[in-house]
Design a protein around this ligand. Structure first.
Ligand SMILES: [Zn+2]
Ligand SMILES: [Zn+2]
Length: 403
């Protein structure tokens, strides 16, 4: 890792200290993981970006973080004496948590107990021995990152702006440098919100605990009726989710939810879909409120916004520092605004190291693209690749330097 250390150090030497600007730096706790040991150094505080930059050159970080929280005394170790003054509202969209078809091509898991191996998303417990000691070797491809980006756009366009009234100017988007995006909401309105309050927001966005009756699904004089598809918030979203799910659901899928009555739904599908569009909610005879609710709940599950709620509810979260380097990829944590996001290509725009090539020994890797260079799958091979690819693979622990 000596060569990587030098590369990271040079990056921080050449960085403009303005690029380390964050809102109220002097009130944030700064933390880092150094190169030498896998131990987090916490409770650092800096008055300005120049003093932070000086520190980073002397103590080159493999990973660099700052607190979502604002403290009166960020550098005090005792959390109770830091004096919490508020925190940004944070959302984390991580490609790891979103099921994508490509995971079967680039992710592996191993049971540490019986050595069983498999591809794709790791099971919670080993299907052979039932133990939960499962190790994973996961990768992120451009498809995964594209799906994460679509999820971020959905979060902003379908929830934060229309339902919460947050303006795009209050939203800062950060590519994490690895698997996804963080959204920071800078608003006095949310700053003092408790963890419970933030959980309410996370649950709302994840569609948890939605009361269908309160949102317009009910039986009136023996006839089932539902919310208008053009209504704002969850009312419209319920109708839309139901419509979209019903349009694509197979008989088998529906039978898994409501049994044999699925046949009635499939037979009358077009009429039901038309009625929701016309806001009349025609539900055929023989299908009760309970069964419709079951279908809608499944539809919501397939349509909700996939955020990591643990990040949102934590009022003292340590978040990746914008314009720092991610130690598992060598990519830059990129700050983006809403307009930049659509055309942002993380595997190109976050590349920092662009000079020359490096010779590496690759232990094992799936097919990966960095910049315009694509390679893999490879196993036990020595190759010469562009610097950005070499650093990416070494940081991932999948390759070693060769001379
Ligand atoms: Zn096992
Ligand atoms: Zn993928």
């Amino acid at each position: 890792m000596n060569k990587i250390f030098e590369k990271f150090k040079n990056y921080y030497i050449n960085l403009n200290s303005e690029d380390l600007n964050i809102v109220n730096l002097e009130k944030r706790e700064i933390a880092l993981i150094p190169f030498k040991e896998d131990l987090m150094i916490r409770h650092l505080g800096f008055k300005d970006t120049n003093s932070l930059k000086d520190y980073l050159i002397k103590n080159v970080p493999l990973h660099l973080y700052y607190s979502s929280a604002y403290y009166e005394n960020p550098q005090v170790e005792d959390m109770n004496l830091k004096n919490w003054e508020g925190a940004d509202l944070i959302f984390d969209v991580d490609a790891d948590h979103i099921p994508t078809d490509c995971k079967i091509l680039h992710d592996k898991w191993f049971c540490l107990n019986c050595n069983l191996q498999g591809f794709g998303i790791a099971p919670e417990e080993c299907p052979k021995c039932g133990q939960k000691r499962i190790d994973t070797n996961t990768w992120i491809c451009e498809r995964c990152l594209e799906v994460a980006k679509i999820e971020v756009l959905k979060l902003i366009d379908e929830y934060l702006i229309p339902d919460f009234g947050i303006s795009s100017k209050e939203i800062e988007i950060c590519f994490s440098g690895h698997r996804g995006y963080h959204l920071h909401i800078y608003s006095e309105y949310y700053k003092k919100l408790s963890s419970d309050g933030r959980r309410e927001i996370a649950d709302y966005i994840r569609g948890i605990g939605i009361d269908l009756k309160a949102h317009g699904l009910r039986k009136v004089n023996g006839i089932i009726t539902g919310p208008n598809i053009r209504e704002k918030g969850w009312r419209g979203r319920i109708a839309k989710s139901f419509y979209e799910y019903l349009s694509r659901a197979s008989l088998e899928e529906l039978m898994n939810i409501i049994g044999k009555s699925a046949e009635i739904i499939i037979k009358k599908r077009d009429k039901i879909l038309d009625s929701i569009m016309m806001n009349g909610w025609f539900i055929p005879k023989g299908i009760g409120l309970k069964r419709i609710s079951k279908i809608i709940k499944e539809a919501i599950k397939q349509n909700f916004c996939n955020i990591d709620e643990r990040v949102t509810i934590d009022t003292k979260r340590l978040i990746r520092y914008p314009n720092s380097l991610h130690g598992k990829t060598g990519l830059k944590v990129c700050r983006l605004n809403y307009i930049d996001l659509e055309k942002f290509d993380p595997l190109k725009d976050a590349i920092v190291f662009k000079t020359g090539t490096m010779k590496i020994y690759v232990k094992e890797m799936p097919k990966i693209r960095i910049g315009n260079y694509e390679i893999g799958p490879l196993k036990n091979e020595t190759i010469e690749v562009p610097e950005s690819m070499a650093i990416y693979l070494i940081c991932k622990g999948a390759a070693e330097m060769r001379n």
